[in-house]
Write a protein of this length. Structure first.
Length: 169
């Protein structure tokens, strides 16, 4: 590993530990030339499948796009960061452990919608409105009613009325 301070290629590992989530190894390194210390993080390199988009095109799975979509739906919602990260790791693990070389974007979207429904119903409705391309307010109402049937007693009516009134939650 090269030193980010002096670009020397001779560094040694001083300490190795698992990160708190257990998915990476944190290595503390020391440069043999300048003595600077720095951290590196090591993760397993797994080949993710290609994503088949709705227009038939294919692209490599992009964890950043998944994360961005979830964070956008959860923006300004009272969901703990730890819960969001746990859901994202679960989804990434689902995608990366597939035995197939390809997965449809619809399948990924369904998985994301399921995690968002579990985390926060308003975030789920935000995501579903884009993902399922709701055409009108009636489509919103139908989805909210379906959500209420699936998760009885978990939807705060005041939040939903804000959606109907066009206010922000």
């Amino acid at each position: 590993m090269w030193c980010p301070f002096c670009n020397h290629t001779d560094t040694r590992v001083v300490d190795s530990r698992l990160t708190s989530d257990g998915f990476q190894i944190r290595r503390r390194r020391e440069c043999m030339e300048c003595g600077a210390r720095f951290n590196t993080f090591e993760t397993a390199a797994l080949k993710a499948p290609n994503v088949i988009k709705s227009d038939g095109s294919r692209e490599p799975f992009n964890e950043d796009k998944l994360r961005g979509g979830m964070l956008k739906a959860l923006e300004k919602r009272p969901v703990e960061t730890q819960e969001v990260e746990r859901a994202i790791r679960k989804l990434v693990r689902q995608v990366r452990t597939l035995e197939d070389a390809e997965i449809s974007s619809q399948q990924i979207g369904d998985w994301v919608a399921g995690e968002l429904a579990r985390l926060d119903q308003v975030a789920y409705v935000r995501f579903a409105s884009v993902y399922r391309r709701f055409a009108d307010v009636q489509a919103f109402r139908e989805e909210i009613e379906r959500l209420e049937r699936q998760y009885p007693g978990t939807i705060d009516r005041r939040q939903i009325s804000l959606l109907d009134d066009g206010g922000e939650s």
